[in-house]
Design a protein around this ligand. Structure first.
Ligand SMILES: [Zn+2]
Length: 283
């Protein structure tokens, strides 16, 4: 074999094998094990934890095809605390952490996909209730009525004070916007925008970290979509493409500031970017 040809092939692999701006991505399939998440009422079967895992596996396939190293916080139906999910992402020095969930309300009605970044103040009452549900679920599976304690809110304040100055926290908004932009053409249901809330699964993450609520399990039509194989495939494609877009933004920002160890992404978009009217969520 000609040595130069071999070298050329290797160099080409290096150039095309890795997505710009991304080395390691950690995807977190929400819930698992005894923590079922929300029931898939519209489909008549299954739980949130099964569908988040199927979507997450597909996201991993897409990103790996682009040369990204991807870890899932869980590959099977097992329990995992929220804190351990974040520790896992930090330990693997992830560039991006995305926790995948499906939404639910006590009464069907709300519809669409939304992506959250961490903040002490919730965008609205529905966002506050959602974060409280996702936060408490790991401690008390199936308990929809639980609310955050005052102590938990103090912890959030401490963590956000530390987070406030970090680039990762600011970049999380750009990551959330990139995912929403790419999920919207994949979903027949509305873009509910980028929102903020005190999600425990995002606390302490040292990289841009978001929670994707990919659709409402208990909406009569969207519930069927988000539990279908086609729905899983389209949601996963949207999430993966959004992550890849974010990586490109990071790579461009690094080029613009080559001396910076970790260059920032371009300015974050407004915290609410819904392009369609947001239906009020039933509490
Ligand atoms: Zn969830």
């Amino acid at each position: 074999m000609h040595p130069h040809l071999l070298l050329g092939a290797a160099a080409l692999t290096l150039l095309t094998g890795a997505a710009p701006g991304l080395d390691v991505v950690v995807i977190d399939p929400g819930h698992g094990g005894t923590n079922m998440g929300a029931p898939a009422r519209a489909a008549g079967t299954g739980w949130e934890k099964e569908h988040t895992l199927r979507i997450a596996r597909r996201v991993a396939e897409h990103l790996r095809a682009e040369g990204v190293t991807v870890y899932l916080t869980r590959w099977a139906d097992v329990d995992m605390t929220l804190a351990n999910r974040v520790r896992y992402a930090n330990a693997h020095k992830a560039d991006v952490f995305v926790s995948v969930h499906l939404n639910s309300t006590e009464k069907p009605g709300p519809v669409g996909h939304e992506t959250f970044f961490l903040a002490l103040e919730s965008s609205d009452e529905a966002a506050r209730r959602l974060a409280a549900y996702e936060n408490e679920a790991v401690e008390a599976p199936g308990d929809l009525a639980s609310a955050p304690s005052g102590a938990a809110e103090t912890d959030v304040a401490d963590i956000l004070r530390d987070l406030g100055q970090t680039q990762a926290h600011e970049d999380a908004q750009a990551l959330a916007a990139a995912i929403q932009r790419r999920m919207t053409p994949q979903s027949p249901f509305p873009n509910r925008g980028v929102l903020q809330a005190p999600f425990n699964v995002l606390m302490g993450a040292s990289m841009p970290a978001v929670v994707v609520e990919a659709g409402f399990l208990n909406h009569p039509k969207e519930g069927l979509f988000v539990t279908s194989e086609d729905g899983h495939a389209r949601i996963a494609r949207g999430i993966a493409d959004g992550i890849l877009d974010f990586g490109r933004l990071v790579a461009e920002a690094r080029k613009a500031r080559p001396t910076s160890a970790r260059a920032p992404a371009p300015p974050a978009p407004p915290t609410t970017t819904a392009t369609e009217p947001v239906a009020p969520r039933t509490p």
